[in-house]
Write a protein that binds this ligand. Sequence first.
Ligand code: LCV
Length: 259
Amino acid sequence: MSLTRIDTDGRLTVITMTNAPKRNALSEEMIEGILAALKQAEADKARCVILRAEPGTKVWSAGHDISELPKTHRDPLGWSDPLRVVIRAIEEFPAPIIALIEGGVWGGGCEMALACDMLVATPDSTFAITPAKLGIPYNITGLLTFMNAVTLHIVKEMAFTAQPISAERALALGMINHVQAADEITRFCVDMARGIEQLAPLAIAVMKEELRVLASAHSITPRMFERVQGMRRTVYDSTDYEEGVKAFQERRPPVFLGE
Ligand code: LCV
């Protein structure tokens, strides 16, 4: 059974995550579904894509599938990790992707939403950056996604507290584009997509790629990169990393010892 649904009229593709029982956790299977839908949308020369969960959902995405995180001693967010692959696919898709958000957006799900080009959320939506809850050393391009969405102080507050922020606050911070009532949000996003469809797709595709290149243009030396990767290794080699995943699976608060 697929964990995503694709609806398309050729110009607009709507990708719906349909694994509500698992809160649309970004498992390898879920991500394969999103990637396949993006591939079909590109083949259809879609002018716009909407990425959403089922209407009325309480959780847009619970983030990385925790049960698929590697045991210790392996980078949990390496280049070929499915979450990293889908973030790049969204960023490189040659047309605007609108994240239609309802409910809670967690961790890697928050990064996936922010990797989209515009975000429209219902008033009850929330956004949380959760690595500190699990003892995960988030990766450097992932943190850049957050830094490109809000100011550094807000990224730090969200990452260091792991507390969700409301759609209202996210809008005030410029992290999302619009807040729309649940009974209007679909029409609002479709209308935005229909407007985009009337514009020059080549110009939009090139501007999207130019903005991606500019947003990722940060100078970091090989020495700086290797130092940070070494620091991340001490985290995913730690007992805290094991504890974070175990505590979630045992449905209990984690006890982090800093080792
Ligand atoms: C697998 C899940 C998940 C899940 N994975 O429903 O950003 S990083 O670095 O942290 C990155 C590594 C990342 O994204 O990690 C994941 C970060 N996500 C979170 O911390 C959110 C974890 N989930 C929750 O806190 C709750 O599930 C929320 C608040 C999202 C929903 O709570 P609710 O009470 O509505 P349950 O917790 O009962 O979850 C329903 C089912 O979904 C599974 C969960 O194990 C349960 O499965 P079973 O019914 O088989 O027990 N589930 C939820 N999130 N991220 N599985």
